[in-house]
Design a protein. Structure first.
Length: 446
């Protein structure tokens, strides 16, 4: 009912305009925004206006002093990812793993340190081999030189036999409706598929992380979208594993164990995957005491400039705003003890312009000089900014009115109940083509 009243009010506001009022800048701005509101409601009738327009997870990305991640974009480099045939995990590997990383044993964490890896000059394969007791649902990602690659989803293409003589394989997805029970604990046999990578940039730095996509048990209180990274000690690498009998000789093999919750049991076996390659696997580089890591939290703002009130491509201005800082680990008795943050700064990058109207962009305390709209351009202009709040989104833009080039329309980050002209998304979200409306699914809360 509230939504209907708002639509009627917007329509009446438009219908009551008078020719003499069209030259009143303030009236013109209100009129244009009322038309935009009405068009938005008609275009997205199922979208609840009483919501936050922030769809960003605010997860940090990481880079190291020697890599080129700061120049990375959202489009992946040219590489190939191939799914292998079904692979039956070697029994000796399963036996070794059970003893090496016992369930619900926090001491497992001491077996590793924060790490990243270096890409070899040969292809390599990742094979999930064990799934522990965990309430969260997650994806495994690999970041190579700043390019984020999704590798695998929990339980995907994974089968078990509880007894050696069991006739048929059971999908891990089908073991139980309870997510905690969907695991390979105690399985006599495990079968899965692997993921082979070729043509990755040789020598590039890479790291792994799990991203939580769903929580089915309040016990761990995970936040949707939280990332658990090898760079900050939420995974461990093991190279003392036995060589599986069904992996051809000449291949190097290593094991990576993962924890899926910051407040979990730290047994590091919620996911365990094997990496093998000939002649070598990616080389593990331990993040040692005092090694600085650059962290960056980025929000991408997709902006409509009101040059048109029925165009919802949200690409008239696309700007990435980031908080950047250095995080340094400190070890005690050879084990990670704490982190120190320093050198904090903020920056903004104008990624794309899909409109033609001149505009002034304000981010926090910083107002950038007026920009000319250049349809379909990707300027990638970097600016130092200050005073930006990653949660309140104090970002706004003044856009010259199309009917009067001496005055501006004011576009601010929307409150609940308003039709959005700015939305906040993750920096991996790509902008639409010109005049291509964003899908309605963009406006559903994650």
């Amino acid at each position: 009912m509230k939504l209907v009243k708002l639509v009627i009010a917007a329509a009446l506001f438009t219908a009551c305009s008078h020719n003499s009022d069209l030259y009143d800048p303030e009236f013109t701005e209100k009129n244009v925004k009322a038309q935009y509101f009405e068009s938005f409601v008609k275009t997205f009738p199922n979208v609840d206006l009483n919501q936050s327009w922030d769809y960003s997870h605010k997860n940090p990305s990481y880079s190291l002093p020697s890599d080129m991640q700061s120049k990375a974009r959202t489009r992946a480099a040219s590489y190939s990812l191939t799914t292998t045939d079904e692979y039956e995990v070697d029994g000796e590997t399963l036996s070794w793993l059970t003893k090496k990383l016992p369930e619900q044993n926090s001491k497992n964490r001491s077996l590793g340190s924060p790490f990243y890896m270096s890409v070899p000059d040969n292809s390599f394969t990742i094979v999930p081999i064990y799934q522990g007791k965990a309430s969260s649902v997650w994806e495994l990602h690999m970041v190579v030189g700043g390019v984020d690659i999704k590798v695998w989803e929990k339980s995907q293409d994974m089968w078990v036999k509880k007894k050696t003589d069991q006739a048929d394989w059971t999908k891990v997805y089908d073991i139980s409706k309870a997510e905690l029970d969907r695991n390979t604990i105690g399985a006599a046999k495990v079968k899965t598929k692997g993921y082979t990578f070729e043509n990755l940039p040789v020598g590039a730095n890479m790291y792994f992380y799990l991203v939580v996509t769903r929580v089915t048990n309040d016990k761990y209180k995970n936040t949707i979208g939280v990332q658990l990274s090898s760079l900050i000690g939420q995974m461990l690498s093991l190279d003392d594993c036995p060589h599986p009998t069904n992996i051809p000789e000449g291949n190097e093999v290593m094991i990576v164990g993962c924890e899926d919750a910051n407040n979990g049991d730290w047994d590091m076996n919620d996911l365990v995957f094997m990496v093998y390659g000939k002649p070598s696997v990616p080389k593990t580089v331990i993040v040692t005491d005092g090694t600085p890591i650059t962290k960056k939290n980025t929000v991408r703002y997709m902006i409509e400039d009101l040059g048109s009130t029925d165009d919802f491509d949200f690409n008239d201005i696309v700007v990435d705003v980031s908080e950047v800082w250095t995080s340094t680990p400190h070890y005690v008795n050879g084990k990670l003890n704490s982190w120190t943050d320093s050198d904090k700064r903020q920056e903004a990058v104008i990624r794309h312009l899909g409109g033609i109207l001149p505009f002034k962009l304000k981010i926090g305390d910083t107002e950038l000089e007026e920009h000319q709209g250049v349809l379909g351009s990707n300027p990638d202009e970097l600016y130092a900014v200050s005073g930006w709040n990653i949660n309140s989104h104090n970002v706004s833009v003044q856009v010259k009115q199309s009917t009067n080039s001496t005055v501006y329309n004011n576009v601010v980050f929307p409150k609940a109940g308003e039709a959005p002209m700015i939305i906040a998304v993750d920096p991996t979200v790509q902008w639409m083509n010109e005049r291509q409306c964003v899908p309605e699914s963009w406006f559903y809360e994650p």
